[in-house]
Design a protein around this ligand. Structure first.
Ligand code: FAD
Length: 465
């Protein structure tokens, strides 16, 4: 292990943002120090994307086994053995973690393990050793947030970090927060047999998604027996003999074994020397310009630490952008509307571009189409329900073709895998007529993208409005 020294780039935090920056910078021949206090891979690999998706896959297997008779297959569902589920989940994480460590080592990046602190605009100190760099990249990520007066005990009032280690299926759970993390855990626990209620302040689940997608998700969740209280603030929680009692605004009480607090994640920026060294911060987030430059010329920041969508692939993109900028390339700002978003619940919700509400708020005239999955052969085979909604600029002349596609919003099993095509459509400024000309393979769910664009271009195939 290196003991202090000078590098081209010193990166503080080895999560998605930090390690992506390190890997790309190394491709430019930069000498890179990657400082990490825990494990490279950060939240996404160890406490986020990967372990939750492993749980969601196990949940899908449980549902398939329960519902197999629907397909004429006889199985006996005998239950969930949580320690075995966790060992599968950990196996996935360990394998990817090993691969990542060897990729980092293979690029000759020095990984330094320990708690780092910014000690000047060009240095980070770890256990007394000083690592100086021509440039420093801050990538210390985020941690679960709570609400004022709500104490997390890790046993009955827990965060997603605790939930991922739970070695039994709770009998009942109240989930505070109907965002991505809350909805994904609701889906897992319901499939595992728990009684689940989500409490959400906003008028819909997944408040950042299109209202139409949320409505479909809510309908399917209701059918699955997942309860939710919308437009409802949390008031208090107290302990009972068997768990917790959650009191909601309006006085309603919910008893459950657990309260999962999933009200968002806050940036890790306190007491790390950032402000002392001139790095401007707003509400904990490091301020950056569109090229991830902070208020200090020698310091950049990426990932959950800055106020951009808290997604691993956003961290990758920002890390790469900074590395390429420092490598002398002419980089362009990220268009965050063009970043795909997926909630991996059953059903999945996936989107790119803007929602109908955002189009209205920006004063853009649009045309829209909702293509139901019931008209798609593969979706009927899978027995999934949902829809593909596509939003495009309204035609500029009466009877003309719609303009650019502005948003694609999908709901249904496996639709997350379809959003990559929608991402190309949005980011390459395609118009419905361009996409309508592309022949999609039959029978696949990708046809819902083709069909929705055919309909918008005025030539619907398997669609009746
Ligand atoms: C339950 C859950 C599910 C998620 N699912 C998805 C998903 O499906 N898809 C998706 O795109 N995103 C998902 N996310 C979000 C994703 O995990 C984050 O957006 C991503 O990890 C952010 O990367 P980052 O590098 O900014 O921060 P992090 O991954 O948090 O990494 C920061 C790193 O910095 C280290 N660090 C912090 N302080 C110091 C210090 N002082 N010294 C040294 N090291 C330090 C930390 O140990 C950590 O490893 C999920 C998150 C959660 C919690």
């Amino acid at each position: 292990m290196a003991e202090g020294g000078h590098y081209d780039i010193v990166i503080l935090g080895g999560g998605s943002g930090g390690y992506a920056c390190a890997l790309r910078a190394a491709e430019f021949g930069k000498r890179v120090a990657l400082i990490e206090k825990d494990k490279v891979g950060g939240t996404c690999l160890h406490r986020g994307c990967i372990p939750t998706k492993a749980l969601l896959h196990a949940a899908e297997v449980a549902d398939s086994s329960r519902e197999s008779e629907k397909f004429g297959i006889k199985t006996a569902f005998e239950g969930i053995e949580m320690p075995a589920v966790l060992s599968y989940q950990q196996g996935v994480v360990e394998r990817l973690w090993k691969g990542l460590q060897s990729t980092i080592a293979g690029r000759k990046i020095d990984t330094i393990y320990g708690d780092g602190r910014l000690t000047s605009p060009t240095s980070v100190t770890v256990n007394g050793a000083v690592y100086t760099g021509d440039h420093v990249v801050l990538a210390t990520g985020s941690v679960p947030r709570s609400l004022p007066g709500l104490t997390l005990d890790g046993v009955r009032v827990i965060t997603s970090d605790d939930a991922l280690k739970f070695d039994r299926v709770p009998s009942s759970v109240v989930i505070l927060g109907g965002g991505v993390i809350g909805v994904e855990f609701a889906s897992v626990w319901r499939s595992f047999g728990a009684d689940v209620t989500i409490v959400e302040m906003a008028p819909q689940l997944l408040p950042l998604e299109d209202e139409g997608s949320a409505k479909v998700l809510q309908r399917v969740f209701r059918r699955r027996g997942i309860k939710f209280e919308l437009d409802t603030p949390f008031q208090s929680v107290s302990y009972t003999d068997s768990g917790v009692r959650v009191v909601l605004g309006g006085g309603k009480e919910l008893d459950a074994e657990l309260l999962l607090v999933a009200v968002g994640r806050g940036p890790v920026s306190a007491d790390l020397g950032y402000e002392e060294n001139g790095v401007a911060i707003t509400r904990g987030f490091v301020d950056v310009d569109p090229l991830c430059r902070t208020s200090v010329p020698t310091i950049s920041a990426v990932g959950d630490l800055i106020n951009t969508p808290q997604l691993a692939h956003v961290g990758f993109g920002e890390g790469i952008l900074v590395a390429e900028r420092l490598g002398g390339l002419d980089v362009k700002p990220i268009d965050y509307d063009g970043v795909p978003r997926i909630t991996y619940s059953d059903p999945e919700v996936a989107s790119v571009g803007i929602t109908s509400a955002q189009a209205a708020a920006r004063g853009i005239n649009v045309v829209e189409v909702n293509y139901p999955l019931g008209g798609n052969g593969k979706s009927v085979i899978l027995q999934t329900q949902g829809q593909a909604k596509v939003i495009a600029e309204a035609p500029s002349t009466p009877g003309g073709q719609p303009g650019r596609v502005l948003g694609v919003h999908l709901v249904g099993s496996r639709v997350g895998e379809l959003i990559a095509e929608a991402q190309l459509i949005f980011n390459w400024d395609a118009e419905p007529d361009d996409v309508a000309a592309l022949i999609h393979p039959h029978p696949t769910q990708s046809e819902i993208i083709g069909e929705a664009h055919l309909a918008l271009a005025g030539k619907p195939l398997h669609f009746h409005a």
